[in-house]
Design a binder for this molecule. Structure first.
Ligand SMILES: *Cc1c(COP(=O)(O)O)cnc(C)c1O
Length: 227
């Protein structure tokens, strides 16, 4: 099942879009199965869950942190995480920079933008993103690198709204590229698209899709997880 699901998703992806298999709440056996099919990028949204899985799985897995990150949990992922998708405050970015320095790493991060209709979702406004990038604190950071943006569309069956949201995320990317990262070839990632809406996200320029249930099946949140 996992193999067929991955193959079917990959078969429809342009070469410019990569697949992150979102394995949150799923057992390591599922991740190993996907890994054995050649899938080496995985996404988790809880620091301790990611740590526990990282400890027992192959060490060439690229671990993507996609959830809300608490500053006191950074230490559980900082030595190996490939990309943190969910930077939504200057304070969090400073804390990541501080922890990364302890390990002599430069950790890649995305700025998470809020465009969806739901109020509960995390993320910056364009204004807040600009203020972050123009701050003295950001200018002084040597152990993080911002390589793009991340966002989520409104959870709705209205395809027009979903497309508009992905366009808005894409516009955030284009604006920041133009004004802050024009010389930076590494600023190139647009992380958007989940199981139910990734086709539209890809259409609107996503470079990283984050797919969970369409690969591993529905999640059961009644099983307690370590956070
Ligand atoms: C869980 C999650 C996903 C994957 O969701 P699916 O609908 O299962 O594909 C993608 N992005 C984020 C931020 C998530 O928390």
């Amino acid at each position: 099942m996992i193999k067929e699901n991955i193959e079917s998703i990959l078969s429809a992806l342009p070469s410019t879009t990569r697949l992150i298999a979102v394995s949150k709440t799923k057992p390591v056996e599922n991740i190993q199965e996907a890994y054995d099919c050649g899938q080496h990028m995985f996404g988790e949204n809880k620091a301790l869950e990611m740590r526990d899985k990282h400890e027992v799985l192959p060490n060439d897995i690229a671990w993507h942190f996609i959830g809300h990150l608490q500053t006191n949990k950074i230490k559980y992922i900082i030595s190996y995480v490939t990309l943190i998708h969910s930077i939504d405050t200057l304070n969090l970015l400073q804390a990541v920079n501080h922890e990364a320095a302890k390990h002599g790493r430069i950790v890649d991060c995305l700025l998470q933008f809020h465009v969806a209709a739901e109020e509960t979702k995390f993320g910056l406004t364009l204004d807040e993103g600009q203020r972050l990038l123009e701050s003295d604190e950001y200018q002084a950071m040597n152990n993080i690198r911002i390589v793009g943006v991340m966002g989520m569309a409104t959870n709705t069956t209205d395809q027009h709204r979903v497309r508009d949201d992905f366009r808005a995320i894409r516009q955030r990317f284009d604006y920041l590229k133009e004004h802050y990262f024009r010389q930076e070839a590494s600023f190139k990632e647009i992380s958007m698209g989940m199981s139910h809406d990734y086709a539209i996200a890809v259409d609107e320029g996503s470079t990283l899709i984050r797919i969970g249930s369409a690969i591993f099946g529905e999640r059961n949140y009644n099983i307690p997880v370590n956070d």
